[in-house]
Design a protein around this ligand. Structure first.
Ligand SMILES: Cc1cc2nc3c(=O)[nH]c(=O)nc-3n(C[C@H](O)[C@H](O)[C@H](O)COP(=O)(O)O)c2cc1C
Length: 200
């Protein structure tokens, strides 16, 4: 049996966050929609939190799948300063039902930051103990993206992701078709050329 790995990383978003009171930031919604689609296929689970321009993500799954996503995350230019703050083998998946749970900045998290003397969400300053406490909080938090309004905006983001993929695929199809047609035209003109020389 393959080993299960859990990683926690933090990173800073490179996009300007839109002011979205009570809604999921649109860039984050797109990331979340794509993550859920991919993670289901790759057997990955976890939780994503976004606050004050900083991501905190816990990912779990088979070692190869987690490492291969990490390689993609490292070159994703929607975030920077990616720092893996915890990496360990686990016996069972903690987020078994969540292709990617999304935790909002709610009162509970505000309270948690206050209790630990943080003015803003800055996990770069978290100790190991605070990381564990925060993960626990995310584990127990309510995923707002399953609420009706948020689910609609996520579905929209998922549709955009799918539309983009379809557009890329159809552009690729068109260019392949053009290539095949020009090869056929070239072959036909060669045949015409040689057969006309034979006739003469
Ligand atoms: C903060 C953040 C979290 C992400 N989380 C995931 C994730 O859980 N799963 C995933 O497949 N992609 C995730 N991505 C996107 C990946 O970096 C990458 O763009 C995507 O996996 C590429 O998918 P593709 O190979 O299907 O094109 C995340 C990106 C960011 C910026």
């Amino acid at each position: 049996m393959k080993k299960l790995l859990q990683i926690i990383y933090i990173s800073r978003s490179t996009f300007e966050s839109h002011d979205v009171t009570n809604k999921i930031e649109p860039n984050v919604a797109r990331i979340l929609a794509k993550s859920r689609m991919n993670n289901r296929v790759n057997g990955l689970v976890g939780v994503l939190y976004f606050g004050d321009g900083v991501f905190f993500q816990c990912l779990e799954g088979e070692e190869d799948a987690v490492n291969s996503l990490l390689t993609k995350l490292e070159v994703d230019n929607r975030h920077k300063d990616l720092k893996v703050i915890s990496k360990k083998y686990i016996d069972n998946l903690s987020f078994g039902d969540w292709a990617m749970k999304f935790a909002p900045l709610d009162e509970q998290i505000k309270q948690f930051l206050k209790e630990n003397n943080f003015q803003t969400f800055d996990p770069y300053l978290f100790s190991g103990e605070i990381i564990n406490k925060f993960l626990n909080l995310l584990f127990n938090s309510h995923d707002v993206s399953s609420d009706l309004n948020q689910a609609n905006s996520l579905n929209l983001a998922a549709k955009n992701v799918q539309d983009k993929t379809t557009a890329v695929n159809s552009a690729q199809l068109k260019s392949n078709l053009a290539l095949i047609l020009s090869i056929i035209a070239f072959v036909v003109s060669l045949i015409t050329f040689f057969s006309s020389r034979n006739i003469v």
